[in-house]
Design a protein around this ligand. Structure first.
Ligand code: WTA
Length: 652
């Protein structure tokens, strides 16, 4: 993927943290970073064991790492309850009455949960789950808005050893069905609805629709977020129960039992290059160690920080950098339910001002939307509490970086551009804010214990500024353990290019200083507003409509979203195409996957460009939508007229 808004800025600009920032930061100099990084690569077990020791373990491990490529076990023999590190330990380390979560709903109400209150809620809900017969390793799906209860639900699952699978609230009923079938969930935790852009998202209704197709769910626990007036729900007797009614019947005391370090913690579905999402499996000890350590060093979390990550808990960023990492660090965090532009584009900055946010973590797509909305929104708020900014999810174009630096960071806050993936569990490449010189557009250098490199097809490391495949050569604690129920796909997707080496699926280059510049996905995965979307998923959604014979989906650079979705569609014989039909197909994709996947543009074509052996030539379509032309080799194209026709259509 090319960078959106390809920049005129050169990569020479260098920004260094202020002396004051460095002095107080955990890692204060490049010499310190380099020494620690070298040691961590030479002896990863030693480095990570030191980090893991700062967490709560009921039984210490006997071996830090057991690596039989591509399967890693971390902290072998160790036993812990993830929830103890995130919640219980803070009851005795002086943080009991410290705010854990300061939550604001979209309509404007707010609620603060101290660590003690969070503990009580999590224990209480753990007992609800136990009363419903949920056992260790049972899968529990969570489909909720951004409320503290979403975090409580995740932590309660972890506490009793159940495996949560959070589905983003923007996904449709059909997407829920696919995921339920894949992980065979026994229970679902949802809400009557959630507020988004002034409206109510009917979460429980979507669950009901999904459960018409997948019937093995025994229990649906419904949190009342909206209330009967705003979100009337139907409760099915014997299956559906209200969170508050169940909670009232059980105790708020619960002793955390330890689980094996490699006990499964969660499954999170993400897009791959086939139509079927992959259930990425993470386990307890290693994942918690990775998210804990990255929060500590990359966000430089200190006891008086007010941290805010704007992601949704439905994505990995919400798992690692809302629920697990920050709470294990005992930080105070802000959580916000709604849209950045409700009631207008000043909302985020209102929250920063109101709660005195010091560390702010968001996505480049949001930054671009703010740029477009106008500088007066941030300029009219007091953002002086901020000390550190972060971005995640996609390459950040230098203009967006500079705007973030100037308008939000007041030219004083370091920016950490963090590269990582659902699969890596935690940040892998990022500046350390107290020492790394940053340049707009690069995620800079690997984190401790991360042996990142860029390889060519033959497995050789490429030279400076040469493009290649981004890989990680050594195992790390928060790495995925497998794709749930599909070991073969796990091996084929990540470990097939080079023996024993993890292939990320991203292209990258390194400059002379060793900084990593991520250029985007190398597979058929798009990055729309920082969210992964498989072109094959959108294609299969289109083909599931009765009029569609065939389709090809590609990405094109998009000013705000990074990448937009463009679909080429061939309809069945005798079907008439029209604008109304294009609209219907867009909505159909929204219905099958979720609004995120709706194509920005649909082109009808009597045929798709194919090779003589019948393979769709996506390369040509990509080029066509990006430039309006097709250059390069088209000798293998079966019917040249198809391209000429499409070119004419795109011109119009
Ligand atoms: C992309 C999100 C450039 C990348 C945490 C990766 C990035 C995919 C960055 C993972 C970044 C994420 N710079 N590209 N700082 N961060 N990506 O699984 O293509 O939703 O492979 O995890 O996002 O997306 P995922």
């Amino acid at each position: 993927m090319s960078q959106p808004n390809k920049s005129s800025l050169t990569e020479e600009r260098i920004f260094k943290p202020s002396k004051d920032f460095s002095k107080k930061a955990r890692i204060k100099s490049m010499a310190q970073y380099k020494r620690m990084h070298k040691e961590s690569i030479e002896k990863p077990g030693v480095f990570w064991a030191k980090e893991a020791k700062e967490l709560a373990w009921q039984k210490k491990w006997t071996k830090a790492l057991d690596w039989k490529a591509p399967y890693a076990k971390w902290f072998v023999g160790g036993k812990l309850n993830v929830c103890e590190s995130c919640v219980d330990q803070h009851l005795t380390n002086g943080r009991a009455n410290k705010a854990a979560i300061i939550w604001e709903g979209e309509p404007g109400e707010n609620r603060t949960l101290t660590y003690r209150q969070l503990h009580r809620e999590v224990c209480n809900f753990s007992n609800v789950l136990l009363a419903k017969g949920i056992k260790p390793k049972d899968r529990v799906m969570i489909y909720m808005p951004m409320t503290p209860e979403a975090v409580i639900a995740m932590l309660a699952c972890a506490r009793i050893g159940a495996v949560h699978s959070v589905i983003f609230g923007g996904f449709s009923a059909e997407s829920i069905v696919d995921r339920l079938e894949d992980c065979q969930a026994k229970a679902i935790i949802t809400s009557d609805g959630g507020y988004r852009r002034g409206g109510v998202v009917p979460l429980k209704k979507n669950v009901d629709d999904a459960l018409k197709k997948y019937k093995a769910v025994e229990t649906v626990i419904v949190h009342q977020r909206i209330g009967k007036e705003g979100a009337p729900v139907k409760m099915k007797r014997g299956r559906d129960v209200w969170w508050h009614e169940e909670a009232a019947q059980v105790s708020s005391k619960h002793e955390a039992k330890a689980f094996d370090s490699e006990h499964p913690l969660f499954i999170l579905y993400t897009s791959g290059s086939t139509g079927k999402p992959k259930g990425i499996l993470h386990t307890c000890g290693g994942y918690l160690t990775g998210t804990y350590a990255t929060c500590k060093y990359i966000f430089d979390m200190q006891d008086d920080d007010v941290y805010w990550c704007t992601a949704d808990v439905g994505w990995i960023t919400g798992h690692s950098y809302i629920t697990y990492g920050p709470l294990a660090n005992g930080v105070t965090q802000v959580m916000y339910e709604g849209a950045p532009n409700f009631p207008d584009f000043g909302r985020f900055w209102d929250l920063v001002e109101k709660y005195g946010v010091t560390i702010f973590y968001t996505a480049p797509t949001a930054i671009r939307a703010f740029i477009k909305a106008g500088d007066h929104f941030p300029e009219s708020r007091d953002l002086s509490s901020l000390r550190l900014l972060g971005t995640v999810g996609e390459p950040i174009n230098p203009e967006a970086w500079m705007w973030y630096h100037r308008k939000i960071g007041g030219e004083r806050c370091p920016i950490v551009d963090t590269w990582w993936q659902t699969e890596t569990g935690a940040i892998m490449i990022s500046p350390l804010p107290g020492c790394t010189p940053t340049t707009p557009g690069t995620a800079t250098l690997p984190f401790f214990g991360v042996d990142a490199a860029i390889l060519d097809e033959t497995g050789q490391e490429v030279g400076p500024n040469e493009g290649g495949k981004l890989v990680i050569r050594k195992p790390w604690p928060s790495m995925l353990r497998t794709i749930y129920g599909d070991k073969k796909r796990y091996r084929d997707t990540y470990w097939n290019d080079y023996a024993g080496i993890y292939t990320a699926g991203d292209g990258a280059r390194r400059d002379k200083k060793g900084n990593f510049w991520i250029t985007g996905r190398l597979d058929d995965v798009l990055n729309v507003s920082g969210h992964r979307l498989g072109t094959a998923e959108v294609e299969s959604a289109l083909v599931s409509h009765k009029v569609v014979a065939e389709s090809a989906v590609v990405g094109r650079p998009h000013e705000i979203k990074g990448q937009g979705v463009v679909a080429f569609v061939t309809v069945k014989a005798g079907v008439k195409t029209s604008d109304a039909m294009a609209k219907e197909l867009r909505n159909h994709v929204g219905h099958v996957i979720g609004a995120i996947a709706k194509p920005d543009e649909i082109y009808f074509t009597p045929a798709l460009p194919k090779t003589r052996s019948g393979k769709i030539m996506r390369r040509l379509l990509k080029e066509l939508v990006a430039t309006g032309k097709v250059s390069g080799n088209i000798t293998t194209l079966e019917d040249h007229k198809v391209i000429a026709d499409l070119q004419a259509q795109l011109k119009k």
